[in-house]
Structures are given as C-alpha cells and as structure tokens.
Design a protein around this ligand. Structure first.
Ligand SMILES: [Zn+2]
Length: 363
C-alpha cells in the first residue's frame, strides 16, 4: 500500500462519534465546529504532554443514521485455508514490482484463477518518474439482481523501490489479492440476490520513487507517484458512466496480519464504515475493528474524490510500530488464516447488509 496516516487520539474519537449522530446540515456544521475545537484541544494536549502525533480534521464530516436490516440467514464464511494457500502462491513468485517478469507471472496467475468468469482487463502505460511502465488492472464481474454495483479492490504489485531486496509483500498486496480470489470462488456460479459485485485487482499502486516518508533527496510526494492503476479505473468508469452505478467501494489492504486490528479510516465514508462495524458486530468480530481511528491515503482516494462511498479496511499496525511494513520482513509467517476469515466474512456480511438497506444514503 501507499499511505500516509495520522493516528487519532481520544478527543478525535469522541468527535467522530458525535458526528455519527448528526442528521441535518445545521448539525453537520455544528459538528464540524466541534471537531475543529476537539482537534485544537487535542493538538494542544499533544504538544504539551507527549510525542503523540498532531491531528487534522477529516475531510468527511458525518454519517446519516442507518436503519440496519434484521439479521437473517447463516453468517457468511470463506475457505480461509484456501485463501492462505493463494497468499503463499502469490508470494512464491518473488518480488512483483511493475514491469518485472514476476509481475507478469502474477497477472497470469490471477487470470488463471478466474477462468470462466467475466473478466475485464484494463491495460495501459503509466508515465512515472522512473519512466513508462505497463499497468494491468484485472476486473472480474459477478451479476446480481439489484441495479447497482459493489466494487471490492486490492492492489497486487509490490513496492518498486524495494525491487532489489527479498521484499514480497505477503501482507501488503498478497493477502488482500488472495482474499479477492477467494471471494471469486464464493461468488462464482451463484447469482446474487443483491447488487452485482466487481472485484478489482489494481496495479501500480505502490509509489515508484520512495514515498516521501524517509526524508531522502530523491523522494516524491506520494500523491504524485502512486495509485496509477486504480486512478485509471476511476477515470475510465467516470467517462463511460459506470461510476454512477457504484453503490460502494470496499478496499482491502494489509488484512492478513495475525494480530488483526482494522483501523477506522477517517478518509473513508462514515456511513459505510458504520456498515462495516455493524457487520463485524453481527459476526462477533468487533474486537478486531475500529479500536483506533486513522486517516489513510490509499487506493480508495480516486473513488472518494469522485463521490463514491468508500471504506478502506486496513490494519496499519503490522508489527510493533508498523515495523514490518515495506520491509523484507513482510513475510507469510506473520499472517494467519483466521485474519483472512475475519476480514473476508465481515466484507461479505457488509455486502449482504448493503443489499438490504433501502435506500442507501446518497453519495
Ligand atoms: Zn505498500
């Protein structure tokens, strides 16, 4: 993943909860004022007392109160052992930065797992600070009975600046890409009584230059040098009208960590995050969700800025202080099938709830 985050502390958390109750424009404005005050207080407290990062106000403001449909039917599940096998198979190709032979092998591997499915290949050339690279987004489509689409995305490339190391991105890229392959197994041949689901394995997500967090002279701001693939998908779907049909965009990133704590992302759509939280609660997995708030720049941003409701499911504490992220230590031994099961079933339950909320909140 390519990301900048700001950890949120207690004052911001209570501000976010307050916002979740706001119902009208007047209340939204009031809540905005309150959250700014909370931020200022929080910032002052952080400066006075500790090394706690300062915070900025989230772009999104509020969530409407949702009437969740009653719980019905057996809880969804995936074959987590099979998903973990996919993680290992992807990792076994070795580092898979854009433009590499390993990358092509992983493209072929994903395609081979989608045989017989409706697959759209979005292929183009990205112009990057390191030159031109072929980019290949892979999209598989599973029809539903309702008019509208739920998109689920994961990037599958590995970090380019680490291409000469043993870095294989077991958690960062492989875990979520494997989960999407397992979703394809669950969706295949079973027409949904709900929205259509499109799975997107997006490419060239990682920054080509170092991402600006290390203070090196050759670094670039990550916003100018990342998300090449998913940005192309968003532009294309805006141009051809597909974007209007997308009811929700769910992103999975770094979801295989055995010590699983999915952050509540303040760059995501509050009401959709609430649906994810409700799904986790229904399945008894709420202790793995939303203990922390975070503000994550990730593959969902091109869709967020085009008004599509988005939720980024990401665990950005991968090892103490996130020490395994973007290092050769991002290996399969840090992951667990149980984490894939938790995130996988929560995403399926989220889709099931979305199918039954009528109407879904406006974008
Ligand atoms: Zn990454």
């Amino acid at each position: 993943m390519t990301v900048k985050t700001t950890r949120m502390s207690g004052a911001m958390k209570s501000g976010a909860i307050t916002l979740a109750r706001a119902k009208s424009l007047r209340w939204i404005l009031l809540a905005c004022m309150l959250i700014w005050l909370a931020c200022d207080r929080d910032k002052d407290a952080a400066q006075e007392t500790s090394q706690t990062p300062t915070v900025t106000a989230p772009a999104a403001t509020t969530a409407p109160i949702l009437n969740f449909p009653p719980n019905s039917g057996p809880p969804p599940a995936i074959d987590a052992d099979r998903a973990m096998r996919y993680v290992k198979e992807i990792v076994n190709f070795g580092p898979r930065p854009v433009g590499s032979a390993n990358h092509k092998k992983v493209e072929d591997y994903i395609d081979s797992r989608l045989k017989g499915d409706e697959v759209e290949d979005d292929i183009f050339t990205a112009d990057t600070p390191e030159g031109k690279f072929p980019v290949h987004n892979i999209i598989s489509k599973y029809p539903g009975t309702k008019d509208g689409i739920i998109v689920i995305a994961s990037h599958y490339d590995t970090n380019y600046p680490l291409r000469h190391t043993s870095y294989v991105g077991a958690n960062d890229g492989a875990s979520s890409s494997a989960l999407l392959l397992e979703f394809a197994n669950q969706l295949r041949g079973k027409p949904r009584d709900g929205y259509s689901v499109w799975l997107v394995w997006d490419d060239a997500e990682e920054a080509i230059k170092p991402d600006g967090s290390g203070g090196l002279a050759e670094e670039m701001p990550f916003n100018d040098d990342s998300l090449y693939g998913i940005d192309h998908v968003a532009q294309k779907w805006q141009a051809d009208g597909t974007l209007k049909k997308i009811k929700a965009f769910l992103l999975a990133d770094m979801i295989g960590d055995a010590d699983l704590d999915i952050d509540r992302d303040l760059n995501s759509t509050p009401w959709l995050e609430d649906v994810v939280g409700e799904a986790a609660k229904r399945l008894g997995y709420q202790s793995h969700f939303f203990v922390r708030n975070n503000q994550v720049s990730d593959d969902h941003l091109p869709f967020m800025k085009r008004g599509v409701p988005c939720a980024d499911l990401i665990d950005f504490t991968y090892g103490y202080n996130n020490v395994f992220w973007h290092t050769p230590q991002d290996t399969v031994d840090k992951l667990s099938p149980q984490s894939l099961q938790i995130v996988g079933s929560v995403m399926l339950e989220t889709m099931r709830i979305l199918d039954k909320i009528n109407p879904l909140p406006p974008k």
